[in-house]
Structures are given as structure tokens and as C-alpha cells.
Design a protein around this ligand. Sequence first.
Ligand code: ZN
Length: 294
Amino acid sequence: MDSIAKALVFDGQVKVVAFKTTDLVNEAIDLHGLSPLAAEALGKVLTMAAYMSGELKGEKEKLSVHVQDKGVLGSIIVAADSGAKVRGYVEHKDATLPPLGNGKQDLFKGIGNEGFITVIKDLGLKDPYVGKTELVRGNLEEDFAWYFTRSEGSPTALALEVLIGEDGKCTSAGGVLVQPMPGCPDHILVVVEDIVSGFANIGEILKSKEPSDILKDYFGHFEIEYFPETKPCYRCKCSREQMSNAVITLGRGDSVNLLMERGEIEVLCHFCGKKYIFTKQDVIDIWRKYDHKV
Ligand SMILES: [Zn+2]
């Protein structure tokens, strides 16, 4: 079962988080009909957004992650609410490239390494937090590590894998993130680096271990403080009311033209694939309500 397990080790000097998101990635594959390449890429961004939103403090806090480059997948967009509730989509969900083997896809060509990761956090303040870093490798693992290090000022070691089987389903997804706190002494950093090097095949490790087992097995013999686990999940918040805004965005002329042409207006939610149908009467009501407001 998917979970995010977190602990502080070495007397609070190092934060360790292990996460498993296999079910989450499979839900995205089922909802969107993702190619294996799109599944690995979106799966990794969903996983990192689940981790980041699990760290949000307030219930109403939320964030979005946008990965944009020139690769065949196009843009990847993920939105997340506090408590690791995520949703997302990839621009070209059918894009394929020859796989690299062992369940891994060619993300370097799929994404690229000239674009950016942009994270916007709405923390309930006047202005949102905006963090942006360049993609350094296009595999998303090193790119997110660089994002945390550079943009959030937290030097980070990250192991992140999404493995896709022959049948197009995710066989294992998740990772381990390690962040030393400021001032962490060198002798502890050396020990941590040694442990982190053992997570190169984290996808395989997660097939037989839960995130809580990983914390216990690799860090449990040091002084350790465990935190309550979070359960990541795929959750779209779209509603008929929100989608009716798409009719307004179309404009009065185009919405009437579309009605004449098709008899109804269909609006698709990119995040979950749900279709919303607006009849002639619905559209009249939407515009009447809009006129009433302005
Ligand atoms: Zn939706």
C-alpha cells in the first residue's frame, strides 16, 4: 500500500523520508491511458508533489509543479493539496521512445535537460512562494534533488524510480529523500552518503519493503524519531461549477456557435478525464448568472 514515512535521525540532524506511490501511479495510468514513457515521467512528478504536499502545514495550503522542456512529452503539470493529495497530466500522454530496459524509460529524450521545474506554493500568504530551477539531467531524480538544494536551500540526496512492466502497469514507484539540516557535521554526512548510495535501485527495494521498513532497516540503529505516516492519493477536485468557467472563457459568441454546431458543449477535465456536458439551457443559465454577477 502507498505511504510516506518520515523520520529525523542523528539527534534531529538529518531528515529522511521514504515513499511508495505504486498505486498512485497506476491510478494515473488508468485515468489517462499513459504510455510507459509518460507514466514514468508523470509518476515521478506526482510522487515528488505528493512528498512536498505531505510537508505542507496548513490544511488549505496547496502547490503546483510544472516541468517544461522540449522533449517529446511536452509539459507535465501536477497540482497537490495538503496531505499528499495529488492530480496531474502530461501534455503528450501517448509519446513513446525505445525503452532503456529493466522497466526504465528514456526520460532524457522524453523530457529534455534545457527546461525548468517550477514549483508554486500557496501557503495562505499575500504572495505565493515561487521556486524555479533548470533541469540538469532530465531524469527528474537529479533534477528534483537540484531543485530542493538550489531553490529551497536544502541540500538533498534523492533516489526516485518509477518502474513500468511489459503490460504498461507500474510495478514499483517511490523513493528516498535525505536532507541534512544546516550545520550537520561532516562525519555524519559521510555516513549518510554511504547509506544513500545503497538506494540506486530503490524501485526494486520497494517491491519487498514498505517505506517504514526502509527507515527501520537502514536508519533504525541510529538515534531516530519517527513521524506519523501520510497516505498519498490521487484526488481531483473538479466540479460542474468550476468547469462552467470554461464556457465563460470561450466567450459568448463562441459558446453560442459551438451550441449551434453540436447541440451541447463538452468540457474535459485534464486532471481526471471526467467529461462535463452543458446543454443549451445550461449555457443560457451560465451566462445569465455571469451577467448577474458583473
Ligand atoms: Zn477532474
